[in-house]
Design a protein around this ligand. Structure first.
Ligand SMILES: [Zn+2]
Ligand SMILES: [Zn+2]
Ligand SMILES: [Zn+2]
Length: 258
């Protein structure tokens, strides 16, 4: 019998299983994947006949482009799937998989579209010069805001919650919530996870937008910000919970916990 991997969103309203073998992980840094995931996408893939939904009550699809759709959980906002129309296969955020995956990132694509606050491989570049404000937006554009730049230092979080929600791991900039000026947010949805933190995401497209900790500290997801951000990734936290399919090779400080 083939090896079976299970996976889910954070809240459990979407759950699935896949039969091995799983394709090595592709990391995509395109602008769409960055806005949607909150950082960048890292996904494995299987033929559709080796993919089974175990629970789809939360599953929502959004047309991502003329050639593909993206699947997310409408309850917790987890970004899960990418499915091309022309092929009988589905890509799955590696962070959604439970337990050790046995996988590794095999390639980075669309690296020319990567954010300015990190590098796809190796140390982050020197922070860009940025003045005034930049725009944050979800993939479908229904949620839009401005925030002052430079945004400062980003923190990458590898906790189980951030990995399940982003499909990889999260990266966010601490900002004062009062500095965030919304132009539109009609479909904004929120999910409060165990521990009391609340995350805001676009209910129409699933893009991750912000996190408000139980103590009120506010951060915006780095991937949704237009460039230049003037920011730079500075540290990794909760690395004790990181996925097994990537290595942290950027030389930044790592903390196993907060
Ligand atoms: Zn969910
Ligand atoms: Zn949207
Ligand atoms: Zn986290």
């Amino acid at each position: 019998m083939a090896e079976v991997h299970t996976g889910s969103c954070l809240c459990g309203a979407v759950a699935f299983e896949v039969e091995a073998p799983l394709r090595p992980v592709t990391a995509c840094h395109c602008t769409q994947c960055r806005a949607w995931s909150g950082h960048y996408v890292a996904a494995t893939s299987v033929p559709l006949d080796r993919f089974r939904l175990l629970n789809d009550v939360g599953l929502r699809w959004v047309r991502a482009s003329a050639a593909a759709r993206r699947g997310f959980c409408g309850v917790c906002g987890a970004r899960l799937f990418w499915q091309p129309d022309a092929e009988a296969r589905i890509s799955i955020g590696a962070g959604a998989l439970d337990g050790p995956t046995g996988l590794a990132i095999a390639e980075h694509i669309f690296t020319e579209d990567a954010g300015d606050y990190y590098a796809p491989e190796g140390p982050p570049p020197v922070a860009t010069v940025a003045q005034g404000h930049t725009t944050g937006a979800c993939l479908c554009g229904a949620c839009r805001f401005t925030v002052p730049v430079p945004v400062g230092e980003a923190t990458a979080c590898h906790c189980t919650q951030c990995r399940k929600l982003s499909g990889h791991y999260a990266a966010s900039f601490d900002v004062a919530e009062t500095d965030v000026v919304w132009q539109a947010r009609a479909p904004l949805a929120t999910y409060t996870s165990p521990g009391g933190g609340t995350r805001g995401f676009c209910g129409d497209c699933g893009s991750g937008l912000w996190f408000r900790a139980a103590d009120g500290a506010f951060s915006v997801e780095a991937g949704c910000l237009a460039l230049p951000t003037g920011g730079r990734l500075a540290s990794h936290i909760f690395t004790a919970f990181k996925g097994d399919y990537y290595t942290l090779d950027d030389g930044l400080p790592q903390s196993p916990g907060a």
